[in-house]
Design a protein around this ligand. Structure first.
Ligand SMILES: Cc1cc2nc3c(=O)[nH]c(=O)nc-3n(C[C@H](O)[C@H](O)[C@H](O)COP(=O)(O)OP(=O)(O)OC[C@H]3O[C@@H](n4cnc5c(N)ncnc54)[C@H](O)[C@@H]3O)c2cc1C
Length: 423
């Protein structure tokens, strides 16, 4: 690459970073895209990996394959350990990289709200490794339960508590309940279904708080029909390897607490002395430039920006729209033009509950049931990267639907360095 050209460094090859890189293909600049993984993850279907519905590789795509045709974009696989905005340097696990323009797109991490033991013992669902660890764990619980003679221990192994009634919690509760009801019930005939419990625990008085009430009510009814025990207005005060504790002093014996209750910005952004907004997110101006830094942008989950007095949500379309937008703003700067302000185009939100059931809020109209489910399937399939992935996911979904199967019931422990144990 020609070193005299300006250098644009993008950290994070998630939705924001990848979209920015693709839209900088025509820039008169050398672009470096850095990520700790050599693949892009389609996080909206992560819960299906954790529920043994699809294989991890079906929602991942190699970053180098995406960038192959972009002559000015180079991929660097490395852990980003620091940013020095004075020296215009990004520090990596094995060196450093100077930049003229920087796009920060490192996403978010699980927020445990300081609940005792949650970070140590609860299972998060934010990365591919998390999804595989959780899938292994659920299947291992069944393998242990089938040989367990002590009824209490057996029930503890077969009690699955999901904390957080937002889209990820709802989707995982539905998918887990379906995994247990048919495929696992057939795999483990020695386990009775009434020994197994799936609980969804939510601190407020309704599910899917960001969507209209009608959709939350429908979701509650539907999950209850599927046998999920939904606990509303219930606060978790502690988690251990063998229990979940509630703020009213009661305790539930379980080896599995899945934490989907919150996300926050990456803590390291604070260490890098970037201006921080609420939720540990980096404060940006309407142009997506970090406050006080003309050549540093932050996008997606890691930035904080309000639109119409509301913070922009941590959603994939926010990240992709901002990725595209900041690429254009940097190209304007390279041409000596003024930068523009970002405006998020909200095309709606949706969540699936299980077979034939989803909720969608599109253009302020609320949909439920089979139609919403078909829309959900179509949108998620269309947005997956790679024709092969789309085809295989579609085949898996059809197979699962027709035969009530879950094709990915594997415990691939050897490849994963899990620090979570059954206690
Ligand atoms: C389980 C789940 C389900 C979701 N479902 C939906 C949904 O249905 N619809 C929706 O719109 N949104 C959904 N989201 C939210 C959506 O995925 C995020 O809003 C979106 O991914 C944010 O994009 P981003 O580019 O900011 O971050 P990400 O897509 O998270 O990308 C961040 C990238 O940075 C890399 N990275 C992080 N730290 C480092 C480091 N130190 N060094 C190197 N690389 C690093 C990561 O490997 C990752 O590739 C879901 C999220 C999750 C976790």
């Amino acid at each position: 690459m020609n070193q005299a050209r300006p250098r644009i460094v993008i950290v994070g090859a998630g939705f924001g970073g990848l979209w920015a890189a693709q839209h900088l293909a025509d820039a008169e600049a050398d672009v470096f895209l850095i990520d700790r993984n050599n693949y892009h993850s389609f996080l909206p279907l992560l819960y299906q990996v954790a529920a043994a519905e699809i294989e991890p590789g079906q929602i991942a795509y190699p970053v180098r394959a995406i960038l192959r045709k972009l002559r000015n974009v180079e991929f660097v696989m490395a852990e980003v350990t620091g940013v020095d905005v004075q020296r215009q340097i990004v520090t990596l696990s094995d060196g450093e990289l100077a930049y003229d323009y920087l796009i920060l797109a490192l996403g978010s991490r699980t927020h445990y709200f300081g609940v005792a033991g949650a970070a140590e013992y609860a299972f998060p669902l934010k990365t591919m490794a998390h999804a595989i660890i959780l899938r292994n764990h659920i299947l291992r619980c069944f393998e242990l339960a089938i040989h367990e003679q002590d009824a209490e221990k057996r029930r503890q192994l077969l009690t699955f508590a999901i904390v957080g009634g937002g889209p990820t919690g709802v989707e995982y509760a539905g998918a887990l309940s379906e995994l247990i009801k048919r495929p696992l019930a057939r795999d483990y005939p020695g386990i009775e279904l009434d020994e197994v419990s799936v609980l969804l625990i939510e601190g407020t008085d309704r599910l899917l708080g960001a969507l209209p009430d009608k959709l939350g009510d429908y979701t509650l009814e539907r999950l209850q029909k599927m046998g999920v025990e939904v606990l509303l207005n219930t606060f978790v005060s502690g988690v251990s390897a063998e229990t979940v504790q509630f703020s009213d002093g009661t305790t539930l014996a379980t080896n599995t607490v899945v934490w989907t209750a919150g996300v926050q910005g990456e803590t390291f952004a604070e260490k890098w002395e970037l201006p921080m907004g609420p939720g540990g997110r980096v404060l940006v101006q309407s142009t997506c430039q970090v406050d006080g830094l003309e050549r540093v942008y932050a996008i997606g989950d890691m930035m904080y920006l309000e639109q119409d007095d509301e913070p922009l949500p941590m959603l994939a379309p926010v990240a992709t729209q901002q990725g595209t937008f900041v690429a254009q703003n940097i190209m304007r700067q390279l041409r000596g033009e003024a930068v523009m302000s970002f405006r998020y185009k909200d095309r709606g939100a949706m969540a699936t509950i299980g077979r034939n059931a989803a909720v969608a809020n599109i253009s302020s109209r609320a949909f439920t049931g089979y139609f919403a489910w078909l829309v959900w399937l179509a949108i998620h399939l269309m947005n997956l990267i790679g024709f092969r992935n789309r085809l295989i996911v579609l085949i898996n979904w059809a197979w699962n639907y027709l035969f009530y199967e879950r094709v990915a019931r594997f415990i691939f422990d050897a490849t994963i360095d899990s620090d979570k144990t059954l206690g």
